[in-house]
Ligand binder design. Structure first.
Ligand code: PLP
Length: 442
């Protein structure tokens, strides 16, 4: 089905080429809980392995349920191909491993999910891949950090705690001058931001959050924008221009466009080398869960964003709160980025700084009745966390502040319940936290 002129609400339901199951005519995408697929002939088998034909071989590398999800995600994002994997962490790791090897580096934004920082700083460094950090407030910081071993730029569209929207176009344009692709983590802003339209080459997702949407499945995706020429500067992108001994000496940047007629070298290489060798495949049952989530993601994002705006209005000026952090609450250039890159809403993450500091933060969390106290975002349910006593509890006060988390900072991930009920829960919890009715939790 053509998705050329369709809107995200429609693409999320019909995108890709799945219309009904070819054998049973089932309309919903079936769960193919299957591992291996019979070859028609030895020639067919040889063609599949040589990438002369594309088709199912083995579920670690491809699966029909995952395929329907992958095509739909690629269409929604405006990309050409997609690879689903077992978690968002795997998606970030594979995105970097697909372009860089020991001795290479990438330049990443400092505004990142903590798990990504840990992956970059601790695990990738042990593999010999250096991650250099650049403050995205000034996009030129990315250019300053590159050298001839820089293989990619990496950013997050809507990173917490600061919720400063990443300068996608500015950094991707710097990248284009040096033949460096921009990889964007768009986990917190599906539908409301399409990084590929702004010049990103690759988009990664933790599908676990808004795409799944119900706190039930863990998964990730890499979407190939098909808009980056991996062969312009062979020295800059050796993984795509040097023969790959693990695949009969294939040169990915040349072979894939020749074989497929499309610029999907990034997605194909990730699938047939990284997924083949490292094996963090998405289970088809989980792909099915994401297909269900995807059908309502556009609808949910509207409700998430509209609820969050109303919550921000309620919180602004509240006597117990010193600061409300939201993409549009920033000033100058940073606020302009929210307008430039987000459309149809400004996301559902809201940060608050409680005047009462760490004790007020603990009491507020304890007093919430409807919000869940969890280390997650993107659920239909409203969620809250007090980083100073949880995710960031190992840091001292100075380190906390450097990471953008003040002692009284609470992150809210606004759900899709009725907004009056969300505000009522926040209101009663703020009243309790200010009056000190609860004992502080240890
Ligand atoms: N990227 C972002 C922005 C996230 O918030 C998360 C998880 O919280 C991840 C990546 C990692 O995703 P997963 O938990 O699915 O591995």
């Amino acid at each position: 089905m053509s998705t050329k002129r369709q809107n995200p609400e429609t693409i999320a339901i019909h995108g890709g080429d799945y219309r009904s199951d070819p054998t049973t005519k089932a309309v919903a995408v079936p769960i193919y809980r299957t591992t291996s697929y019979q070859f028609d002939s030895t020639e067919h088998a040889a063609n599949l392995f040589a990438l002369k034909e594309f088709g199912n071989i083995y579920t670690r590398i491809m699966n029909p349920t995952n395929d329907a999800l992958e095509k739909r995600l690629a269409a929604l994002e405006g990309g050409l191909a997609c690879l689903t994997v077992s978690s968002g962490q795997t998606a970030s790791a594979y995105a970097v491993l697909n372009v860089a090897k020991a001795g290479d580096n990438i330049v990443s934004s400092t505004d990142l999910y903590g798990g990504t920082v840990s992956l970059f700083t601790h695990t990738l460094s042990k593999l010999g891949i250096e991650v250099r950090y650049a403050d995205p407030v000034d996009p030129k910081n990315f250019e300053k950090a590159i050298d001839d071993k820089t293989r990619a730029f990496y950013g997050e569209t809507l990173p917490n705690p600061y919720l400063r929207v990443f300068p996608i176009k500015e950094v991707s344009e710097i990248g284009k001058k040096h033949n460096i692709p921009l990889i964007m983590d768009n986990t917190a802003s599906p539908v409301i931001c399409k990084p590929i339209e702004h010049g990103a080459a690759v988009v990664v997702y933790s599908l676990t959050k808004y795409i799944g949407g119900h706190g039930t499945v863990v998964g990730g995706a890499l979407i190939d924008g098909g808009n980056f020429d991996w062969t312009t500067d062979p020295k800059r992108q050796p993984n795509f221009n040097e023969p790959d001994a693990s695949y009969g000496g294939v040169v990915w940047g040349k072979a894939v466009p020749e074989l497929t007629g499309a610029n999907v070298s990034f997605a194909v290489r990730a699938r047939v080398t990284l997924l083949r060798d490292l094996g963090a495949a998405l289970a088809p049952d989980n792909a099915f869960g994401f297909i269900q989530g995807l059908e309502t993601v556009a609808l949910r994002m509207k409700q998430h964003c509209s609820n969050a705006e109303k919550v921000v209005d309620y919180l602004k000026g509240h006597k117990e709160i010193s600061k409300v952090i939201y993409p549009t609450n920033h000033e100058g250039e940073i606020a302009k980025r929210a307008k430039k890159y987000l459309s149809g809403g400004n996301g559902a993450l809201v940060g608050i700084e409680l005047k009462g500091g760490i004790e007020a933060g603990k009491k507020f969390i304890e007093a919430l009745k409807m919000f869940y106290h969890v280390a997650n975002i993107g659920d239909a349910k409203s969620l809250a966390i007090h980083p100073a006593t949880t995710t960031h509890s190992q840091l001292n006060e100075e380190e906390l502040i450097a990471s953008g988390v003040t002692p009284g900072y609470v992150r809210l991930a606004i759900g899709i319940e009725h907004v009056d009920d969300i505000i009522e829960d926040l209101d009663q919890a703020l009243n309790i936290s200010s009056k000190g009715k609860l004992k502080a939790v240890s």
